[in-house]
Structures are given as C-alpha cells and as structure tokens.
Design a protein around this ligand. Structure first.
Ligand SMILES: Cc1cc2nc3c(=O)[nH]c(=O)nc-3n(C[C@H](O)[C@H](O)[C@H](O)COP(=O)(O)O)c2cc1C
Length: 314
C-alpha cells in the first residue's frame, strides 16, 4: 500500500455519473463542496472543472449512480476484521462507548516481545486515513518499521543524535554564549531534558531498558507532504485515529516526541528511513502488544473552556 505524492493536489474531476441510474434527487449537488456537479434536465451532471474527490456525491447517492475513480476501493476493506461500510447517521453511534474508548487509550510503556503482524499494521494505516484533511489533500505517508530489528536501528541512530546533543549541552560556556546570542534552546534543553536523556542513553548502552520506544516491537512514522495546506494537522488527525484503532485491536501505542525532535534537527535520520525530502514527519508511534493493564480511564488536569462572542457571555 503506497501513497503517490503526485496525487496530493489532485483536483481533476474523476466523478462518473450513470445518467440511466440518476433519479434526479439533487442530493449529490447539495453535498458537493466544490460545485463540481449541477442539475441539468433533472439529471446530475459534471459541470465544474475541479473536484476535491471527497466521494461525498457517491456516498449520498441513493441509487449508486455515481463513482469517484480517484478513490481507492481497497481502503474500505481490512485484512484483520470486516468493516461495516454503511454510514452511521448523526447521533446513532454510542457516545458513551466512544468516550470510554478514548479514555481507555493510554500511552503504553511496557510491551511484550511478541511481534505485531504486518496486516494489523496495514489495517491501522487504513483506519488512520479515514481522518479529515485540509482541502482533502490526504498528504500523509506511513513508514512502517515492522520489527524490533528496524526499531533498534532507528533507536541507535536517535541515540547517537542525543549523545552528541548532551555532550554539547554539558558545555556551560556554549550554553551561555548561545543564550547571549539570543538562542536559549540548548540551555533550556539542558535544564529540561539532559538528565532524562542521559539516563535513557546509559540504560540503552547497558542493554537494560529501551526508554525511547519502551520495547515496542513496531513503529509507524506518520509524515506529510510539505506542500499540503495543513500537513501537520492532517498527519496528527490520522495519528489520533490510529491510536484509538490500535487500542481496539488489543495493541498498545505511545507517541515518541524525542524521535520527532531528533528528526527535525538531523534530517539524515529521516533519510535513513527513505522518507523523501518533500515530507516532514509529525508523529512516531511505538506499537506493540501491551504488558500492562489499568483499572480506570484517563484522568485529566482542569481544562480551560471559554465562551466568546455570545450575547450571553457576560
Ligand atoms: C506529541 C507527543 C509526544 C510524546 N512523546 C513521548 C515520548 O517521547 N515518550 C513517552 O514515553 N511518551 C510520550 N508522549 C506521551 C505523553 O507523555 C502522554 O500522552 C501523556 O502523559 C498523557 O498520557 P496518556 O497518553 O496515557 O493519556 C508524547 C505524547 C505526545 C502527544
């Protein structure tokens, strides 16, 4: 399953309308975000020159008269479970179950050695891409590190990056000089992350514990094409879907921000994974069979909620 980046800005119309089947209800025209379709002589016709290829028209047609050929039908079927492709009406899905699922997903930091089968990893990606994306660009790509060998290789490379960073951060004169030059990042890093990283590196070197991926047996790096309208949002929305889906599959996950940081500062780590230069990684998901269990769902700190603009605000 590969994503063709050339299609990210695919705006050409791939909508096919079977005039024989069209009953002239006009629902496709009402849901079209790009005015690609109009009604002519009580039949839906393609009149616009551009399309988001969002597939709304085909999904809303009561008589299966429309097909959007840019859409990959293979993404609707999964290898490890059978998906219901019928649309759930607003208010039909059980809110309590969904909120319970979201609260039950926890960052997993203890995994068993059992590998995760590739079909599960591929199904996770398919679940991920049900997410919305800016202008329906779908600019996401998914790089799968399917086993511990691949995860360790990335871990060693990221370890080398942080070892170098820590050696630099130890130099007080360098931190001070950079701060005077208006670059306080190394000093901030020293105070916030140096001790944790030092501990992680010595645990890794001593073969004691993997504090980076927590022993996960697979990793998926979610990246997105830089030219998309909202690449970071798109990649992270897909990631959120994947975290929830993984939980339903019995898998544990943990986002690993340390690796994203290393990739941001050292592009050679990204290249090592054959991720092309026009893409930016936004999430690194550690995945594996969990070796931990909880009794209760996530607790959260107090949240800021504000109303704005309403006549009733004051
Ligand atoms: C952007 C991001 C980066 C994160 N990076 C790490 C990480 O490097 N290592 C780690 O153990 N957890 C990491 N986490 C997990 C957070 O610590 C975790 O989400 C938070 O403590 C809340 O716990 P929960 O995910 O179990 O609800 C990251 C989470 C996010 C959203």
């Amino acid at each position: 399953m590969t994503h063709n980046p050339k299609n990210t800005y695919h705006r050409s119309v791939t909508t096919m309308i079977d005039a024989e089947r069209c009953i002239g209800c006009g629902r496709c025209v009402a849901v079209c975000p790009k005015q690609t379709l109009t009604m002519k002589d009580d039949i839906a016709v393609v009149s616009g020159s551009e399309s988001l290829n969002c597939d709304h028209c085909a999904a809303v047609c009561p008589n299966e008269a429309i097909q959007v050929t840019a859409v990959d039908p293979a993404l609707g079927s999964f290898q490890t479970f059978s998906a219901d492709t019928r649309w759930q009406a607003h208010g039909r899905f059980d809110t309590a179950s969904l909120v319970n699922l979201m609260g039950s997903r926890r960052s997993c930091r203890n995994y068993s050695d059992r590998p995760v089968d590739r079909p599960l990893l591929e199904d996770l990606v398919k679940a991920g891409v049900t997410a919305p994306s800016g202008s329906n660009c779908q600019p996401w790509t998914f790089t799968i590190l399917p086993d511990r060998h691949a995860v360790n290789r990335l871990g060693r490379r990221v370890g080398d990056f942080f070892r170098k960073t820590n050696r630099m951060a130890e130099k007080r004169w360098l931190r001070t000089a950079l701060k005077l030059l208006g670059k306080p990042q190394l000093d901030t890093y020293f105070h916030l992350h140096y001790p944790t990283v030092e501990m992680g590196l010595s645990a890794w070197d001593g073969g004691e514990r993997d504090l980076l991926f927590h022993g996960a047996t697979a990793v998926i790096v979610v990246a997105a094409d830089n030219g998309a309208s909202c690449p970071s949002e798109d990649a992270l929305l897909a990631t959120g879907n994947m975290l929830l889906t993984a939980h339903t599959m019995g898998l544990g996950t943990c986002l690993v921000g340390f690796v994203i940081e290393a990739m941001r500062r050292d592009r050679s780590i990204v290249r090592m994974l054959s991720i092309p230069d026009q893409e930016t990684p936004y999430a690194v998901i550690a995945i594996g069979w969990p070796d931990e269990a909880y009794y209760r769902v996530a607790g959260r700190k107090p949240v800021v909620i504000r109303y704005a603009g309403s006549r009733d605000t004051h």
